[in-house]
Design a protein around this ligand. Structure first.
Ligand code: BTN
Length: 254
């Protein structure tokens, strides 16, 4: 494999030309004892997976990586890692895009560029025998050179959005640096700075949103914040404030 990325100290890189899914590989390596901060990177995936059992289109030219974390945190805080990754992905995208691009974090774990999805995150974890968190795999897909046209939400990639991407390895190097910085911030200062950075770019914050849960269930309310476990806080029209843990958000019809 050509062009190896530069990674911060303490990272272990496992690089592949092709894998079914970097998350699956990272989970296997985790079970075999791979160290904290292992990055599994593939130039392309043949069975890339998204959230909710969806496929993640994975041709060569985009970034596909899974980041293995072994951190002693309460299980209910594990979802915070998705927000750490979203902020790191957003910062990385900004590095390669024109300053006029609008990079937003969309709940729960997407990054949008000019309202189109450019990146997604898939978190998977395992518990240890004592019920604590054994490992966490943070799978990140960032569209650099191409994007699918058939998603539920319109998609884009850095090049289509006007960005200049020297190489996928360069994007990986940037993302690893951003993950390193935000991981340290999260571990040293807690979720508050991560939440603030995410909300600074929060898509739909303060607006009336519709939350889809399943095929028919939808609730509406104003998006007012993020709870400690990453739940979306909705101020509902009936005056109730509710913390939502799953679903997909869109703008509410006027
Ligand atoms: C989503 O938005 O639904 C999440 C997409 C996550 C895709 C990444 S690509 C690298 C890693 N390996 C996978 O199979 N999935 C994640």
């Amino acid at each position: 494999m050509s062009a190896r990325p530069r990674l911060p100290a303490g990272f272990t890189l496992r690089a592949y030309d092709r894998l079914p899914s970097t998350n699956d590989k990272a989970k296997r390596l985790a079970a075999e004892g791979a160290p904290h901060r292992t990055i599994v990177w593939a130039r392309e995936q043949t069975a890339g997976r998204g959230r909710r059992g969806r496929a993640w289109d994975s041709p060569a030219g985009n970034l596909y990586l899974s980041f293995l974390l072994r951190i002693a945190i309460p299980v209910e805080r594990a979802t915070q890692a998705g927000f750490v990754a979203a902020v790191a992905l957003a910062e990385t995208a900004e590095r390669f895009l024109p300053s006029t691009s609008a990079v937003r974090c969309k709940w729960p774990n997407d990054v949008l560029v000019d309202d189109r999805k450019a990146a997604g995150i898939l978190l998977e974890s395992a518990l240890s025998a004592d019920g604590g968190l054994d490992w966490l795999v943070v799978g990140c897909g960032l569209n650099c050179a191409s994007h699918p046209d058939d998603g539920r939400w319109p998609a884009t990639d850095l090049a289509s959005a006007g960005g200049r991407v020297p190489s996928v390895a360069a994007v990986l190097g940037r993302l690893a640096g951003a993950l390193d910085g935000w991981l340290a911030r999260w571990q040293n200062d807690g979720f508050a700075p991560v939440r603030d950075a995410w909300l600074d770019r929060g898509w739909g914050l303060g607006r009336a949103l519709r939350l889809l849960q399943g095929d028919d269930d939808a609730i509406e309310g104003r998006f007012v914040g993020l709870a400690d476990d990453g739940a979306l806080v909705l101020d509902r029209d009936d005056g109730k404030v509710e913390a939502i843990r799953s679903g997909e958000i869109t703008v509410a019809e006027p």
